[in-house]
Design a protein around this ligand. Structure first.
Ligand code: SIN
Length: 533
């Protein structure tokens, strides 16, 4: 394999729980190259605090986990995806433990299970309040032990997928162009199976709990390559992000409410009682909307999450990371409530896949947050996402073993054409800021048809500008992310415009009720073939 041309059986884009699970399983059957656009642990997974849900407690059942998931999913969960995740969940957790993940345990040695919004049982395995970081650590260590089979390329960002159709072959993907951010060189990476495990798209919004890498690259590349995209209107806003201008995107885990935290207005009034029978532990869409409503009604900048009635020693032991982070800003949750606001957290839609993680384009898989398997329906239940990543990472690896290569005999290397070095980086930063702000204001927790139309018009203008810029100037990671972000914004707006009802995470004042006739998915698909921008 030369520097410019990489060849493997499996090319994985992304290093979260889904991508690493796929890589570890697939490495038993072939060579795996994983490209990640920053460092290997720069993944959404590493930021997950709460945990991973599965039926692990003696008083829990598959039926209950499935029923809770479906109830939160507001009529749009795909039954088979729910059943598969729920039933295979315990095996995946045990596999994570075998791979070295140290989940928190009771003094008896049993897994310590917590609760989060929408769950009617304690079924969330966690590693203190840094579950994702621990999973990431263990899986990366396991990949390092298999370095004869797994190569991780840090600072390599996918530019676009390689499509056999462009070479007169079938409608199949056979790899990707990768921008090596250190050298600026674009390499060609080919594989029998290509796996999108690129995570979420939080950076489409001004406020998000996601890390900077979450720019929707996988959804955008898949759409450009002709894959079907589903349910992009269902963007989840986490109700409790720390309200502190100096803290960038710091999540206050739902597990705090799972352990008894109470949401209050700034004057101390609890406000969730009237909104849902589970009160502060209601599903996220309901809590986020309730907070949004109270903030607009009172004019306050934040609400409070009150943990003060819990045992102070328990709080520090159970939430050491959150406690330490809050203390940095002078907030001691043992004696004072935490100021919180909602922020974008998770995309429930994504690249449409079947139960093997296969997309509608041959040899292209999508797993984890980038995918839409149907598990989450119109609203994801907490801690079902790490579960989905593990289950579908495993399933996709079992399937990809049988992928038949569609690699053409000769492949064009990346050509920058007459592109010149960019001379006005301000175009990128201006468009980036504009998208994030307008998505927050017009396509956020509460939508209207008029706001969506405004957003649509502006995003089209921005995309037009990016198109010109993209072909004229040499690609940079910032430009690639902006192009992907703008396309994701477009897909979210288009999906939201098509759903003329309120359901789960999509709430519009113009259609405030559920319309049973719209109990169906929103599917978007490029009709004019792969690779237009
Ligand atoms: C949290 O800890 O609140 C996040 C868990 C999740 O989003 O699943």
């Amino acid at each position: 394999m030369s520097d410019e041309h990489l060849e493997a059986d499996y090319l994985v884009l992304g290093t979260g729980i889904a991508g690493l699970t796929f890589a570890l399983d697939a490495s038993a059957h072939g060579k795996v190259v994983i490209a990640t656009k920053r460092l290997p642990d720069d993944a959404n997974t590493a930021w997950a605090q709460g945990g991973i849900a599965a039926v692990l407690g003696a008083d829990d059942t598959f039926e209950r986990h499935a029923e809770d998931t479906r109830k939160v999913g507001a009529g749009l969960c795909r039954d088979e995806a729910v059943d598969v995740c729920v039933q295979e969940g315990p095996a995946r957790i045990h596999e994570l433990i075998e791979r070295g993940v140290a989940f928190s345990r009771e003094p008896s040695g049993e897994l310590d299970l917590t609760r989060e919004g929408g769950h009617t049982a304690r079924r969330v395995a966690h590693a203190g309040d840094i579950t994702g970081r621990e999973i990431e650590r263990a899986l990366l260590a396991e990949c390092a032990r298999r370095s004869d089979r797994i190569t991780i390329l840090p600072n390599h960002m996918a530019v676009d997928l390689l499509h056999a159709g462009k070479y007169g072959g079938p409608d199949a993907v056979f790899g990707a162009y990768l921008l090596d951010r250190a050298s600026g060189m674009v390499k060609t990476a080919v594989a029998r199976a290509t796996v999108l495990a690129t995570g979420g798209l939080g950076k489409v919004y001004l406020y998000t709990t996601n890390p900077d890498v979450a720019s929707g690259d996988g959804v955008a590349m898949a759409y450009r390559a002709g894959a079907r995209i589903a349910n992009m209107e269902f963007i989840q806003f986490h109700p409790t992000c720390l309200y502190e201008p100096r803290a960038k995107s710091f999540l206050i885990s739902e597990a705090l409410r799972g352990e008894g935290g109470i949401l209050r207005l700034r004057d101390g009034t609890p406000f969730m009682k009237q909104k849902h029978e589970l009160e502060s532990l209601a599903p996220r869409d309901i809590v986020a909307r309730a907070i949004d409503h109270e903030l607009k009604r009172t004019g306050d900048d934040y609400v409070l999450l009150d943990m003060t009635r819990l045992d102070p020693k328990f709080l520090v032991e159970r939430f050491p990371n959150i406690h330490a982070e809050c203390l940095k800003y002078g907030i001691d949750m043992r004696g004072q409530p935490i100021p919180v606001v909602p922020a974008e957290h998770y995309s429930c839609g994504g690249v449409d896949t079947d139960l093997q993680g296969r997309t509608s384009v041959k040899n292209l898989y999508a797993i984890g947050e980038v995918s839409w398997t149907g598990l989450h329906g119109a609203c994801r239940m907490a801690s079902n996402s790490l579960l989905e990543g593990a289950v579908f990472g495993h399933r996709a690896a079992a399937d990809a073993r049988h992928a038949q290569s569609a690699i053409p005999k000769s492949i064009q290397p990346w050509s920058p054409g007459s592109a010149a070095p960019p001379h006005e980086a301000v175009v990128v930063s201006q468009n980036w800021d504009e998208i994030r702000r307008l998505m927050w204001n017009y396509v956020g927790i509460v939508r209207t048809s008029r706001r969506l139309e405004r957003a649509r018009r502006r995003i089209e203008l921005i995309r037009e500008e990016i198109r010109e810029y993209y072909w004229d100037f040499i690609v940079t990671a910032d430009l690639l992310e902006l192009r992907n972000l703008a396309l994701c914004a477009h897909l979210i707006v288009e999906s939201a415009r098509r759903r003329r009802e309120s359901r789960g995470l999509h709430y519009t004042l113009d259609y405030p009720a559920v319309d049973p006739a719209l109990t169906r998915d929103t599917l978007l698909h490029r009709s004019d073939g792969p690779f237009a921008t």
